[in-house]
Write a protein that binds this ligand. Sequence first.
Ligand SMILES: [Zn+2]
Length: 200
Amino acid sequence: MMAKSHIAVGLAAATLVVAPATFKEVVPLVIGASVGSIICDLDSKKSNVNKDAFYGRLIVGIICAVMVVLDVYFGMSVWKSIKAGLDPTLALGIGILAGMIFICSKTNHRGFAHSFVALAIYMYALQFIYVDVMLPFGVAFISHIVLDLFNKKRVKILWPVKRGFCLGLCYSNRLGNRIAFIAGCCALVLEIAAIQMKVL
Ligand SMILES: [Zn+2]
């Protein structure tokens, strides 16, 4: 699937699971879900896929920047929950995260970067950086894998097991992609309405 579909579905899935009760919970939800929804595709190398991945990163960068500004403006102090200063575990978390980004960018598409092993390593690193983003990140990451499984290219979700899986139902940039994007957007709107009405 294309990046915007992953972002829409990832945000919708994470919002459904987290169901934020206060606006304060929205910032880590949106940051975690938007990053988690596209981080698998660090392994994109084909020029057309890479272009889409670039736009996906741009969208996520803008979303995260808006969230940070809102956080600062409303004084919600989410950044206080990030361990500050010389705490060695923060450096450990950032180091692992940086290493993962480098390694995943060098691996084959829909291989290690799309696996549960990669998810486990990301989660291990995030616990040292920003605990509140872990749940939405994990949910969005899994939503990415689930969406990719509908495509015709196999996904090695059980890496290092060599066998990959796919349902072969659609191409990543055609009708299935459009359906996923629209479904993700509609679900997100309905969830926000449900949260407003306090039924979610
Ligand atoms: Zn993917």
